[in-house]
Write a protein that binds this ligand. Structure first.
Ligand code: ARG
Length: 551
């Protein structure tokens, strides 16, 4: 059960009005505290402390209440009965939404012909976890990998290939765009050529199309490898800038009908400035003067396409925060032109920095490539394992490294920058992925060693560690809901960490399989351990981590 919800509703019903329920950090005086007497006193013009004392006998009648007391100016502390806790704690299960929504989620959005870099980590990890959370609370999602496969970079890469031949590998291909765009910066004719090729490619030039299709295969393979390595759910749709190209003219027609398009030096723009804007708000660029499709046109056409096909209630985007202006412009135009009735949101991320607070770079100072970063974290895990005299197989090392990267990404508020330090994130202690996995592995091994049927024990007196752990388990549902509502994936990571702390307190203070533990206590503890494991593994699933067999 969602204990918080149950307690809160029961109190409101008993008193006949809405009060606020808090969960104190220190549970010594109660599991919950309510401001009911403050609210009641305001309505009745009474003294809150006196009123609180009048409420106590009423609240004591509630089925879950073990004890109530008044604190401070009139807060009421509530302690929940042990047997109520034990009888009502269940393992988390798929929830049913009151009002199920259709939600399109747009994340990853890798670029064809370019290396995947550190900036693609958060969009992939947070997007995937938010998708899992959204499904878990009972909504229907459709995930879109809106790949960058139709813009000027395509022309730059094709121009390079025309001169230097097809690349042999993804690594070689990934050097082409930087080389070609560096040349374009110095050489206006080269830039013009890339523009020309891009526009002809978009118009269907067969020679360019052939080259494009060939290097596309290399890029898609690289992209799939990374998605598998990051253990994210397969995308429902990989449909990016090229995929929506055929809807650009429909979208343009809508903009024309609404008289939103303006000509500007051969380009087509939409003015999105509103009177209330304090910050500069440049117009949205719909078509360039060299007649190529823009990033914004692709996003508007994607909204048009998704509305036509999925008819979603919500469309959400996950990118770094430097794209906030872009999405702001796109959302404004989508609403001005009435292209969709969906609620549109953009979650913008902070950056990953090195220990010096500057954007994370490789040792040689380059932009860190995603695969290299994952390799780097894997070797950090390997070093630790060797140093602690353990032997773990390669699959386990990889699972630990993945947990290190993903958990560290999820634990931080999405908006803020964070330091990416391969050594710190692979520690087996502290707020790290390996700590979470280690806790799960150890608990699981107790359950396996017990080798007995695990069932609820009716007559069982809880220790403090046990009751705190069970109360936290009962808070899972509320946490997931709130993570969904606030789009705050860090709430799941923080919950997992708090849960692990409580599990480890329980593990150290409440022996389970030791010979001197009486059979009924052993059975009760195994039951609690099982609930804890099921809850932790659900949280681990939502974060897209894998629990290894041993650690
Ligand atoms: N390809 C873009 C980039 O790497 C991200 C795409 C995000 N999604 C979108 N619908 N614009 O910057």
């Amino acid at each position: 059960m969602n204990l918080y919800k149950y307690v809160s509703e029961a109190i409101n019903k008993k008193l006949g009005f809405e009060a606020k329920l808090d969960v104190p950090k220190n549970r010594d005086f109660g599991d919950f505290s309510t401001n009911a007497a403050m609210v009641g006193a305001k309505n009745a013009g009474k003294n809150p402390r006196e009123l609180a004392n009048e409420y106590l006998p009423l609240l004591k009648e509630l089925d879950f209440v073990a004890d109530v007391s008044v604190a401070g100016p009139g807060f009421i502390n509530i302690k929940v009965k042990d047997d109520f806790i034990l009888n009502n704690t269940i393992a988390p299960k798929q929830m049913v939404a009151e009002k199920p929504l259709k939600i399109d989620l747009d994340y990853a959005g890798y670029n064809i012909g370019k290396a995947l870099h550190i900036g693609h980590l958060r969009t992939t990890i947070v997007g995937d976890t938010f998708n899992r959370i959204t499904k878990f609370v009972g909504h229907t999602t459709k995930s879109y990998n809106h790949i960058g496969d139709w813009g000027r970079p395509m022309g730059l890469v094709i121009a390079w290939i025309l001169e230097h031949g097809m690349p042999e590998s993804a690594d070689e291909l990934n050097t082409f765009y930087p080389l070609s765009s560096a040349r374009a910066k110095e050489d206006e004719a080269w830039m013009e050529r890339a523009r020309q090729i891009t526009s002809e490619l978009q118009a269907g030039n067969p020679e360019y199309r052939k080259i494009y299709d060939d290097f596309m295969k290399i890029s898609l393979k690289q992209m799939d490898d990374v998605l598998v390595r990051l253990n994210v759910m397969p995308f429902d749709m990989t449909m990016g800038e090229r995929g929506v190209a055929e809807y650009v003219s429909d979208t343009q027609k809508i903009l024309e009908e609404k008289h939103l398009l303006e000509k500007d030096d051969g380009a087509l723009i939409v003015n999105v400035k509103q009177e209330s804007d304090n910050a500069p708000m440049p117009p949205l660029m719909f078509r360039t003067s060299s007649d190529t499709q823009t990033y914004a046109a692709a996003d508007l056409s994607a909204i048009y396409y998704r509305t036509k096909t999925d008819n979603p209630d919500v469309i959400g985007y996950f990118t770094d925060s430097r794209q906030s202006l872009h999405f702001n412009q796109v959302f404004r135009v989508a609403k001005m032109a009435d292209i969709t009735h969906a609620n549109l949101f953009h979650t913008g991320f902070g950056a990953l920095t090195g220990n010096d607070g500057k954007p994370f770079k490789t040792r040689d100072g380059g932009v860190a490539n995603l695969t290299d970063i994952l390799d780097m974290v894997e070797s950090a895990v390997r070093e630790r394992v060797v140093a602690s005299d353990k032997t773990l197989d390669d699959g386990t090392i990889k699972a630990i490294a993945l947990a290190a990267v993903k958990f560290n990404d999820l634990i931080h508020d999405v908006k803020s920058d964070y330091i990416f330090d391969p050594s710190a994130i692979t520690s087996f202690e502290g707020k790290t992925g390996p700590y979470i996995l280690y806790t799960a592995v150890r608990l699981n091994s107790v359950l396996k060693r017990a080798n007995s049927d695990i069932a609820k024990q009716d007559r069982y007196v809880l220790t403090t560690e046990e009751r705190n752990l069970l109360i936290e388990i009962m808070d899972f549902e509320r946490t997931v809901l709130s993570a969904y509502e606030n789009r705050a994936t860090d709430m799941i990571a923080n919950y997992a960490y708090d849960l692990c702390q409580l599990i480890n307190n329980f593990y150290h203070n409440c022996p389970i399989l030791r010979d001197d533990v009486p059979a009924d206590i052993k059975a009760g503890r195994l039951y609690i351990a099982k609930l804890a494991f099921d809850t932790l593994s659900t949280a681990i699933d939502l974060m897209g981590l894998k629990i290894p067999r041993e650690m």
